[in-house]
Design a protein around this ligand. Structure first.
Ligand SMILES: [Fe+2]
Length: 399
C-alpha cells in the first residue's frame, strides 16, 4: 500500500561521490515496494528493488502521544534498504518510492571541497512539538543562507525516546529530510525508550541505512563515509561506558578507528561522537570525551573532533599533547537547537580549562546550529544563533 510508506531518508554510502544509501518503511503486505531515482532534469527513472527485513523492535514500546496520554505503540513494518552505486559525482538526484507523487532529493559529493549543516540535540517529542520545529527552522535558515550546503550532519539526540516510533515519524517529516542526505549519530536519547524500559541501538539502525562498515556488534551504528576530500568516522558511546576512559569496549572502538584511518587516506578527518569532549557548563575534561580520544586525535592529526550532548557550544584552540599549538585538533561541541532543553554556563568555570577558546549557551531556550565549509586547506565553522547572527566563527588551517 502506497500510503503506508514512511521514514524515507537518504544516508551516506561509503563513498558519497558515487554511493548513497536510501531507507524507508512500508506495510507488511507491500513486499514489492521499490525505489526510482534519476538525475534532476533526466526524463527516465531507474528502478531498484530493496533488501527487505521485517522489524518489530518498536512494537509494544511504552510511549506517550501528543496529548500526553500514556500509550504503547503497536508497530511492525518492513524496512527497505537500497544501496545506490555508480552515481555521478557532485550531482543532484531525486527519488520516489512506489511511484508516489512525493519527491525526495540528495546530492552526491563533490570531488574535494564541500559544506554541511551541523545540528544536534533537539530531542523530538510530540507533546512539545516546538522542539523539532525550532531545530527544523534552524536548519532551514542555515540552508537558505548557504545555498551550497551538501548535506546535514546530526551529532545525536534527534529523538527524546528512540523507542517511540511516532517521534521518529514526526522528525522524518521535516523539510530538510526530503531535501538533503542526512548523516546521524546515535545519542543516549535515541538509544533509550520511555522510562528506560528497553534500550537498544536497533531503533537507530532500523530508521536508517548507514554503511555496514562498523565492527562486530556495531554494524550500521558505527560507520564511516567519505565525502569530498574528507573521512567521517561516526562512533557510538553507549557501549563504551562513561566512568573510565579505557576498557575492553573502548579498545575495540579505538582499533576500529585506527584501521579505518589507515585504510582510508583523506585530506581531513572528522572524528564524531555524541558525548561531549569537555563539560561546557563547568569546563572539566570528560573521561568519555577528551581524555579517551586525545591520543588518537594527536596521533592522526584529527583537525575537527565533533561532539554534542552537552547542550552548550564549545570550541577549543588547536590542541596537541594538551597544549595550544598552531596545528592541532579543534574539539567542538554543537549546542542544542530545540529551545527547550538547554543549560546555563557556569561563569566562571568551576574547572578553568585553558584549551577552551569559546563557549556559548543561552540557558533552557538555546537554539543554534553550525555551518561547516571544507576547503582543501581550511575548515571554516560558523555558529549561528536563532536569528542567524554569527556567534562564533573559526578557520582551521591545514598544515
Ligand atoms: Fe545526549
Amino acid at each position: 500500500m502506497r500510503e503506508q510508506n514512511a521514514m524515507i531518508i537518504a544516508n551516506p554510502g561509503i563513498d558519497c561521490k558515487k554511493e548513497i544509501n536510501i531507507s524507508w518503511h512500508t506495510g507488511l503486505d507491500n513486499k514489492g515496494s521499490y525505489l526510482e531515482y534519476r538525475e534532476i532534469g533526466e526524463k527516465d527513472w531507474k528502478k531498484v528493488f530493496p533488501t527487505i527485513s521485517k522489524v518489530d523492535c518498536f512494537n509494544n514500546v511504552y510511549s506517550v502521544d501528543k496529548n500526553r496520554n500514556d500509550i504503547r505503540e503497536e508497530v511492525i513494518f518492513l524496512h527497505c534498504k537500497v544501496y545506490l552505486k555508480n552515481l555521478k559525482v557532485n550531482t543532484n538526484y531525486e527519488y520516489r518510492i512506489d511511484s508516489s507523487e512525493e519527491r525526495h532529493y540528495f546530492k552526491t559529493s563533490p570531488k574535494d571541497e564541500f559544506s554541511f549543516i551541523w545540528i544536534s540535540d533537539f530531542h523530538s517529542y510530540p507533546p512539545a512539538f516546538n522542539r523539532l520545529e525550532n531545530a527544523s527552522n534552524m536548519i532551514d535558515k542555515i540552508s537558505l543562507k548557504h545555498q551550497n550546503a551538501d548535506f546535514v550532519f546530526c551529532s545525536g539526540d534527534s529523538i527524546a525516546w528512540g523507542g517511540s516510533y511516532s517521534f521518529w515519524k514526526e522528525f522524518y517529516n521535516i523539510p530538510s529530510i526530503k531535501k538533503y542526505m542526512w548523516a546521524n549519530t546515535l545519542g543516549n536519547h535515541d538509544y533509550m525508550s520511555r522510562a528506560y524500559e528497553k534500550n537498544t541501538s536497533d531503533y537507530f539502525k532500523e530508521v536508517n541505512n548507514f554503511p555496514k562498515n562498523g565492527y562486530k556488534g556495531e554494524i550500521g551504528v558505527c560507520y564511516y563515509f567519505k565525502y569530498g576530500n574528507s573521512l567521517f568516522i561516526v562512533m557510538h558511546n553507549e557501549h563504551m561506558g562513561v566512568n573510565e576512559p579505557f576498557n575492553e569496549n573502548v579498545e575495540k572502538a579505538i582499533n576500529w578507528v585506527e584501521k579505518v584511518i589507515k585504510n582510508n587516506p583523506a585530506k581531513h578527518i572528522f572524528l564524531c561522537q555524541h558525548y561531549q569532549w569537555i563539560n561546557g557548563v563547568n569546563g572539566r575534561d570528560r573521561a568519555f570525551g577528551y581524555e579517551r580520544w586525545k591520543t588518537i586525535c594527536d596521533k592522526y592529526h584529527i583537525e575537527l573532533a565533533i561532539a554534542a550532548n552537552d547542550h552548550t557550544y564549545i570550541r577549543t584552540y588547536p590542541i596537541f599533547a594538551d597544549e595550544i599549538v598552531e596545528n592541532g585538533t579543534v574539539y567542538m561541541q554543537c549546542p542544542s537547537s530545540d529551545g527547550d532543553r538547554g543549560v546555563d554556563l557556569e561563569e566562571p568555570m568551576s574547572y578553568p580549562n585553558k584549551k577552551i577558546a569559546f563557549r556559548y549557551a543561552t540557558g533552557l531556550n538555546t537554539i543554534a546550529g553550525i555551518f561547516v565549509e571544507v576547503k582543501n586547506n581550511t575548515i571554516k565553522t560558523i555558529l549561528y544563533d536563532r536569528d542567524m547572527n554569527i556567534v562564533d566563527e573559526n578557520i582551521i588551517k591545514s598544515e
